[in-house]
Design a protein around this ligand. Sequence first.
Ligand code: G
Ligand code: G
Ligand code: MN
Ligand code: NA
Length: 251
Amino acid sequence: LALENKLRRALERDEFVLHYQPKVNIATRRIVALEALIRWNSPGEGLVPPMKFIPLMEETGLILEVGAWALRQAALDHQRWVQRGGTAPRLAVNVSAVQLRKPDFVATVQAALACGAEPHGIDIEITESLIMEDIEATIGKLHALRARGVELAIDDFGTGYSSLAYLARLPAQILKIDRAFVKTMLDEPNSLLLVSTMVSLAHSLRMTVVAEGVETEAQASQLLQLGCDQMQGYLVSRPLPFDEVTALFGR
Ligand code: G
Ligand code: G
Ligand code: MN
Ligand code: NA
């Protein structure tokens, strides 16, 4: 079977799962949010990572259905945490530019949120380079979501080509520094300078700044020193299935 057909069948058979990676406050190490990362639990091939199927889904449009599924599943999982009592961490879902470009994007997100608890705790992450495609329409949609309590994170920041003027206009609350910079920052002075500059830029725009791909204590302490707010990465935790991540934040 061609991959596209396999993926359609996987959707029908409910074979996609969300894993969750914690984002922690760097100073306190407390979990402040989670990022949902999709995997295909294939009967033949085991757990397939998103890089192996998201690009094809974007080409074929299947990402629209799977993206809507991911938003609904995240809302349901968030509701399960809310029902266990106390405050559940906010949950960020990755959204493709193909989804964002659709005129009914805001309605689709709202319909998914309606599957979960009220008030919902769902946020979205969009890759920097993709946001900039149709900036005027995008800004309008993001404002509409913001008005409904959805926060926006700009993902993989520093790898795209966004102008600072656009960045200042986007209703985004969170900026995520791409893990490529974190990886090299302790060895390359220019890389450290870029991380420092991105932290300052985010704070100037009153955004929360998150470092991705933090793997060592040395990286964490450097980021703390630079004033970075939050981190995610293997130092804290890999992306985990629902039950395992639930145990991590003590529900
Ligand atoms: O999970 P991994 O750890 O391999 O994720 C790789 C990339 O796949 C992430 O950086 C993210 O951009 C993308 N990704 C993960 N889950 C989703 C999803 O639900 N929707 C979309 N559009 N992209 C996702
Ligand atoms: O594109 P996005 O940034 O959303 O991707 C998250 C991806 O990064 C996922 O594939 C996830 O498994 C991976 N990832 C998460 N933490 C780390 C880390 O500490 N090191 C590395 N190399 N990859 C990580
Ligand atoms: Mn992401
Ligand atoms: Na990312």
